[in-house]
Design a protein around this ligand. Sequence first.
Ligand SMILES: Cc1ncc(COP(=O)(O)O)c(C=O)c1O
Length: 424
Amino acid sequence: MNSDNDIVMNADGAAKLGFPMWPQFAPETAEAIAEPIRSGKVNYWTGKKGMEFERQFARWEQVKNAISCTNGTAALHIALSSLGIGPGDEVIVPSYSFIASSFSIVQAGAVPVFADVTTDHTLDPHQLESLLSERTRAIVVVHLYGVVADMDPIMAFAKKHDLYVIEDCAQCVGGMYKGKKVGTVGDAGCFSFCQSKHFTTGGEGGMVVTDDDDLAWECRSFRDHGYDVQERLNLLAMEEKLNYVHNRVGFNYRMTEIQSIIGLNELKRFDSWNLKRRREYAKIYDDAFTALKGIKALPVNTTDRMNAYWWYPIRLDLDVLTIDAPAFVKTLAASGIPCYGIQWPEAYEEKAYKDLNGFGRVKFPFKSKEYTDAESVKYGTRQCRTAKSLRKETLNLFLHPTWEIEHIQRCIDAVKKILQKNYK
Ligand SMILES: Cc1ncc(COP(=O)(O)O)c(C=O)c1O
């Protein structure tokens, strides 16, 4: 990552530039999180807020089950493993995403197979056929930057080939696909509440959602040491002594009460303030940039694919400009505007993949013949051309809800000024 970008992206950097920092928390939160400290009920099983956050999130997401957890990577790991995906399996995932979209597949013991994206930054469904093998079990779809992927062709392909679909909604809280919240279109949806995300549960946090009750119990168990959580809840209700009942191998990915309280308060104001402002600001950007010379494409937002606007990715028209996106971002940052280039377009370029640096001495699962085919892990020869090409074209602006219209306007003015100066 470019250090200029780091400076303008983090909260301190933005504040130094005169932009309100992100994140900020609901005013009642500071007092509310003192309660578990006072009572000592700080853990998912001792307090009641964890389950309440799950209930409220499920209600907001219009889904039957929500399972809270420590972070978005854990959410993906829980969903994949609870769907039975593991050693010997392959999962198709875009190469263009944060590393956790594919690392979670390896954490589950399976092997990621990297797909390219279309120029809207989301998975290209036309790629799927060529990536299918006997081992393919699932597709991870990433709604990058808040842009909602076109789910129908992906779902149709998955149905035809009996594959699971996991939606990585870490950057897309509140996006809608054809009237459904993202995360509820596939078999499971995974959210992140990390520091920079749509909202944070105090620095880290995650959630899995699913309409499948059996899968939800499996997720709760996997999150909780493989415990028979259903049984545990029954025993708690009867106030009986807890037995040890570990039905499967699991992890401890439980969220704390403090995180859940923060999440509840952010969820309360999400639609009416957070998402509302993001969408208002996106509309202001849209109006300012549509049909402007030097801008090739704005983020997809239609009634079928309603964007949640984590970031606002703009594709520059390099045919009419003398600079590319990385140079544009540098200039924009130097003029005091928080901005960013592209996120990681080619995960297969990471050393972990190139060197097949998996777990333990045997580099599981990459070098264990019984768990993968050598051809499937030839990451060094993989090329996702569209993802790669987007690096040169893409500039990202922010639209944090703590900002006011004047901050959005500052970004617009600065972008226009740089465009003006750099026409061919
Ligand atoms: C697309 C995507 N997936 C997964 C994750 C992982 O979430 P977390 O950082 O909460 O583990 C992130 C976080 O940045 C992300 O952007």
